[in-house]
Design a protein around this ligand. Structure first.
Ligand SMILES: Cc1cc2nc3c(=O)[nH]c(=O)nc-3n(C[C@H](O)[C@H](O)[C@H](O)COP(=O)(O)OP(=O)(O)OC[C@H]3O[C@@H](n4cnc5c(N)ncnc54)[C@H](O)[C@@H]3O)c2cc1C
Length: 267
């Protein structure tokens, strides 16, 4: 099957083309789209590109950072403003992938991908669609397979104070392995106790997700071995981890508390 490629100068034009054609896909960096083409995926026959420079910009606005959807992992690694995301971007594939892989594409990457998305989930991410409408990231993830498809223009995240943001990707092959489990956490403390924690996983379900049972168990806890005990017990509460070529569901459940503890307490 032949594939047509349409390039637009503006994001709005690309979004209109996307919403009007069920067989069209917007392309960010193409690491997954082009793999699908090579594998003979018949579910789309048109690739849409947008050359809008705003899609590749990173802007600081007060305590928030706005990241265009076509910003790549390599661009994140080159940005001083996004230094707290460097360990996250470095966890995505190898250098060739990081040169192409975009923020927008990561939001739609299927299991076992989505390492960056787990981090965005705890950074209070707001998603701006082409056309200006906004969405929360959990809503976007819930609806990401719906038709007509939406085009993400940018994401907005908070800039964390030192020590609040934690990230760990667990994989069996280092340094470029696919995730067995990825954990991101935002752990503010008040008076020596956790207050308003956000914790997210990827590779533990169909999409990256917030882990509310863990967040609730951390509320008011001290950040030490005893204090995080209830959170570790709740590590997979309400979650059905997948079985795939990397690990079984049983194994993911077994190791989740171990890696959650390391994320929260270090080590
Ligand atoms: C060898 C290899 C290793 C990888 N390793 C990792 C890894 O370690 N961690 C990880 O998280 N991922 C990994 N990936 C997956 C992928 O490279 C990344 O998730 C990447 O961020 C996807 O972005 P992209 O721009 O390449 O997506 P694309 O291939 O361009 O698109 C992927 C999907 O997202 C949609 N999309 C893209 N941009 C937008 C937008 N702005 N609005 C709406 N929809 C959009 C596309 O239509 C498509 O459905 C790997 C992939 C490969 C091939």
């Amino acid at each position: 099957m032949s594939i047509s490629v349409k390039t637009f100068a503006s994001t709005a034009e690309a979004a209109t083309a996307l919403s009007g054609d069920r067989a069209a896909r917007f392309m960010g960096g193409g690491t997954l789209i082009m793999r699908a083409v090579n594998e003979g995926d018949q579910s789309f026959n048109t690739i849409l590109l947008a050359n809008d420079p705003a899609l590749t910009e990173i802007q600081a606005q007060g305590d928030r950072l706005i990241i265009g959807s076509r910003v790549t992992m390599a661009q994140i690694l080159a940005s001083r403003d996004l230094e707290f995301l460097h360990p996250v971007a470095r966890a995505v594939g190898g250098p060739a992938i990081r040169n192409m892989a975009t923020v927008g594409g990561n939001l739609f990457a299927e299991h076992p991908y989505g390492d960056l998305t787990a981090a965005l989930l705890v950074l209070d991410c707001q998603v701006t669609l082409a056309g200006g409408q906004t969405s929360t990231l959990p809503d976007l993830l819930r609806d990401r397979t719906r038709e007509p498809r939406v085009l993400v223009a940018s994401v907005s995240i908070v800039r964390p104070q030192s020590g609040i943001f934690k990230f760990r990707k667990v994989s069996r092959v280092k340094p470029k392995g696919v995730s067995l489990m990825t954990i991101a956490a935002w752990i503010p403390q008040s008076g020596g106790r956790v207050s308003g924690a956000r914790v997210a996983y990827s590779s533990m379900g169909p999409t990256p997700m917030r882990v509310q049972a863990v967040e609730q168990a951390l509320e008011g806890a001290t950040l030490d071995e005893t204090g995080v005990g209830n959170a570790l017990s709740a590590a997979t509460s309400g979650i059905e981890p997948p079985t795939d070529a990397i690990a079984s569901s049983w194994y993911r459940r077994e190791v989740a508390p171990v890696h959650l503890k390391r994320t929260l307490l270090g080590g």
